[in-house]
Design a protein around this ligand. Structure first.
Ligand code: NAP
Length: 225
């Protein structure tokens, strides 16, 4: 079967870079929508050079620039968005473009976490409601009839394991620990590269169409006492 052409939005980001690498690894013609500001940033521009040398086609544009979205979406079969959580609602213009063009076989919105419809309300320190925008985007995609797959992958190991999922920390807590639930609540931690590989393998799989995929491989769980 011919491999779908994939557009990654957010390829200079933490997860997006792995998505672009995986897309190439699994032999998909791969495109990345890139902002001008990323090209002038030394670290991001190095990432883009690596991706470009590996075979990713870089397209200039952004989620705010409708013309760039139209041009990019026209080139591909699948769109994967990996903007950060706080940029979730910026996907609305992209969804409008995907709907208008009507040619996309699969859209994977930027969710990549705990299922927001099942998680408790989570307000960050600055009052930002973490899960509500993700639910809004899910509902919009469904209402527009866009073919989708949602990746529900629990916690990224690199970010949340070192802090024991304590909000705002990047190292193990020393003074105070918040215990979740009754203390027996289990956490699932994933490598971003595994999440990316799973996502890319889902795009051409008919079983994953219009589904939420939960990443909890039963044979690969580690339990700590
Ligand atoms: N499950 C977990 O534990 C966990 C942890 C972290 C993140 N996540 C999820 O993973 C997903 C990706 O997050 P991340 O942390 O990898 O993101 P990130 O590192 O902050 O990267 C965001 C990317 O989006 C791009 N971007 C931002 N605004 C854009 C715009 N207007 N137009 C085009 N591109 C734009 C950025 O490009 P520039 O280089 O131009 O800025 C960058 O490439 C999110 O859904 C997030 O919620 C999950």
């Amino acid at each position: 079967m011919e491999k779908s052409k994939i557009l990654i939005i957010g390829a200079t980001g933490s997860l997006g870079y792995h998505l672009a690498e995986s897309s190439l690894k699994f032999c998909h013609p791969t495109f990345a929508l890139v902002r001008d500001s990323a090209i002038s940033d030394p670290i991001k521009s190095h990432k883009l050079q690596c991706l470009s040398h590996a075979g990713v086609t870089l397209l200039k544009g952004s989620l705010e620039d409708e013309a760039s979205l139209v041009e990019a979406v026209k080139l591909v079969d699948v769109v994967i968005c990996a903007v950060s959580a706080k940029q979730t609602l910026q996907q609305k213009l992209l969804i409008k473009v995907i709907k208008q063009l009507g040619s996309i076989k699969r859209f994977i919105p930027s969710e990549f976490g705990s299922d927001p419809t099942k998680a408790k309300v989570c307000e960050l320190e600055d009052g930002y409601n973490f899960y509500a925008p993700k639910i809004e985007i899910r509902q919009l995609v469904e209402a527009e009839g866009i073919p989708y797959t949602i990746i529900s992958c629990n916690f990224f190991m690199k970010i949340l394991l070192p802090s024991l999922v304590q909000p705002g920390l990047s190292a193990p807590p020393r003074d105070k620990v918040t215990i979740f639930g009754d203390g027996n609540t289990k956490g699932v931690f994933m490598q971003e590269s595994d999440v990316a590989a799973f996502t890319i393998n889902a795009v051409d799989d008919p079983r994953t169409l219009n589904k939420v995929l939960y990443l909890r491989p039963p044979g690969k769980c580690l339990f700590y006492e």
